[in-house]
Design a protein around this ligand. Structure first.
Ligand code: PLP
Length: 374
């Protein structure tokens, strides 16, 4: 039997909700399902305002507009991240400044941020890799002192927190993803969490093609018109209907993923002690969402061997980001600040293992045995 790396989980209520959206005859964005999803997000995360988007990429694009990025402005971020983190700012003419990651969490190393700040710096974009929080106290303190905006790429971070506060709500803005590969899904989908009150009105305008349509619907203006730059960032109601069913099960989705994550973690503990691999590190004070389970093998060669052995058993494992500083577009549009030692080293040795609701725990045993036999 083939074991895929990921298999999207369905609650069973998605189609019923989609049928209701169909009956409502309201298929464009910002109908009742979109409103319910936004409310859920605001209640669960504590965000001042949650705006549903058609992807996390779209939410990051909105964030770059709201940050007022002008050509030549610099944005500090890890190189070990998905392309959208950087692309959003490059689309505004911004320059990603890549900083190395911490070897324990693989998150942006806060100790390196200060040295990356030039007079052109406008924002810091921490990425909560694997749904595990960055050192937000340190990052927020630097940002406050140096007058920079913090935009969290919390694409993987829904249902995780840092010191009791939901990821995506610590910076001025946070971007969340509901892509099929995340925990709570809509196929394609995302949200912008707006935590700085002063950005809410403009965020609504940017999301609605640069119009004050949201204010018009609230009866605050008697006609709506073009007032700013913007684009179409809304998902339709069919997508929101699907998403609402998922959100309602977010606790059980997290619990079921966590059980598998914990099974991996316990089974691989002796292998870590023997130096065969290194397991994910969860810092104190961080609650994570079991978004992914990865291992760090001692060498890139051993990673390739393990991948091949698992593939021979029809178990699919995958590595993760090609560091952006070494990608063709990353070289063209951004620059690295300092050596990317951990980024280069760890990205070459990291392997993500299958983790999805319904995964047979026997697969975890098989994987552990393969590592032992490596
Ligand atoms: C998945 C992901 C994104 C993009 O999310 P989409 O919803 O697919 O646009 C951005 N950043 C990170 C870190 C991600 O994991």
């Amino acid at each position: 039997m083939k074991v895929p790396f990921n298999r999207p989980y369905m609650t069973g209520r998605e189609l019923g909700y989609i049928a209701r959206a169909h009956q409502n005859s309201m298929l464009a964005g910002d109908g009742p399902f979109t409103a319910a999803c936004s409310r859920w997000l605001e209640q669960r995360t504590g965000a001042r305002k949650a705006l549903l988007t058609h992807s996390c990429t779209a939410a990051l694009d909105m964030a770059a507009i709201l940050a007022g990025i002008d050509p030549g402005d610099e944005v500090i971020m890890p190189s070990y991240t998905f392309v959208s983190t950087a692309n959003a700012f490059v689309l505004r003419g911004g320059v990603p400044v890549f900083v190395d990651i911490r070897p324990d969490t693989l998150n942006l190393d806060a100790a390196l941020v200060e040295a990356a700040i030039t007079p052109r710096a406008r924002a810091i974009v921490p990425v909560h890799y694997a749904g595990v929080a960055c050192e937000m106290d340190a990052i927020l303190e630097i940002a406050r002192r140096r007058g920079l905006l913090v935009i969290e790429d919390a694409a993987q971070g829904l249902m995780s927190d840092y010191g009791g506060r939901a990821l995506g709500t610590l910076g001025a803005l946070g971007a969340v993803s509901f892509h099929e590969t995340k925990n709570v899904i809509a196929g394609e989908g995302g949200a912008l969490l707006v935590n700085d009150e002063r950005l809410i009105e403009r965020a609504e305008i940017v999301r609605e093609k640069g119009t004050d349509r949201s204010r018009f619907f609230r009866g605050e203006v008697d006609k709506y018109t073009w007032v700013d730059i913007g684009s179409s960032f809304l998902p339709g109601e069919i997508v929101a209907a699907f998403l609402l069913a998922q959100m309602e099960d977010a606790d059980s989705i997290t619990a079921r993923r966590m059980a598998l994550w914990n099974t991996y973690h316990a089974r691989l503990e002796p292998l870590e002690r023997d130096g065969r691999l290194r397991r994910p590190v969860i810092p104190a004070g961080c609650r994570h969402n079991a978004h992914l389970y990865y291992v760090l093998l001692p060498s890139p060669g051993q990673r390739s061997r393990l991948m091949a052995r698992l593939k021979a058993l029809d178990i699919l494992s995958v590595f993760h980001y090609v560091p952006l500083h070494s990608s063709p577009a990353g070289r063209r549009f951004g620059r690295a600040c300092g050596p990317m030692t951990h980024t280069d080293d760890l990205s070459a040795r990291l392997l993500r293992l299958p983790l999805w609701i319904g995964l047979d725990p026997a697969v975890i045993e098989t994987i552990a045995a393969e590592i032992e036999a490596l």
